[in-house]
Design a protein around this ligand. Sequence first.
Ligand code: F6P
Length: 368
Amino acid sequence: MTKPKKCRRIGVLTGGGDCPGLNAVIRAVTKSAISDHGLEVWGVADGFLGLIENRMHRLDMGDVSNILTRGGTILGTCNKSDPSRYKVGTDDAGQAIYEDVIDTVLANVEARGLDCVVCIGGDGTMSGASRLIERGLPCVGVPKTIDNDIMHSEVTFGFHTAVQTATDALDRIHTTAASHHRVMLVEMMGRNAGWLTLYAGTASGADVILIPEIPYDIEHICDYCVRRSKVGKAFTIIAVSEGAHPAGGKITVKQMVEDSPDPIRLGGVSHVLTQQISERTDLECRATILGHVQRGGTPCAYDRILATQFGHEAVELLTKGTLNRLVVMQQSMITSVPISEVADEQRRVPPDDPVLAACRAVGTCTGI
Ligand code: F6P
């Protein structure tokens, strides 16, 4: 496929794990493409899977009305359908057989007459998009994730809604922790980045915040909890990221999803910590894993606005012929970077992060 001079018909897909605000982007892309530029828009079902299986349908204004506030994605999504490594079956030994099916994708896109595909997703989706771009399919990317870990973008939509959801949960844990004089551990998503835990922990005044970027010392955490109880603080709230791990130790893996581009699913570190603190102190501990509740629900106002700006900018880029770029936020301005620069990379909390500095200044323990 050769690079088109002008986009007339575009596809839009949502890939990877869902998050609040995806529908707001789909709405913004569809509305700006149709009303601002007279383009035809096709919704691709279930991320790259819809490109592989040729499942797409035309989106009109009516299809995207009343979806701004709705969580999830009306298009469906999939985090196991990388076209360059697609599971086509299993061999006699039960081993998965993978094939590169990018030619099938290109043929389906050609047959539908799509000039460009807007890929709304995280780093895995951008890696997939990069490989499609290399083979000649023009794409424009829009970054989503509750993890807030996309390189070159200081924020992604979905993050602030997840922060609010996790903060609400931590606030509720606070009251039961106080009633029972317990150490309460609350585990949050985020993979190898601690943004969600750092922000929700700071917002709710968690006493201990453990993130993957700062490997913890269990003895230090226990001393901190015991010291609190000795000075009359009857309970301790520990906000812990699913990717948190001890210094020199391992992450806690919940399961492996072999046909996913990133097969490791994290989970359970809060239970490990609960046991270790119980063994080392006389304190009573309980763990709560927030899980997928953090990805659900209606997007907060900030995420609706950001998603609308990102979707609009994606259409601006593709109509100007500025293809193969990812819309990002830098210094509070919407701009773009090459999709290839964010593929397979993760943005993590730096040691000099100002939120981290502020929570240390108010006495929060970060595990060391
Ligand atoms: O990347 C988003 C995310 O929710 C991570 O925070 C989490 O580790 C992962 O996806 C969970 O993936 P799944 O939905 O496959 O369980």
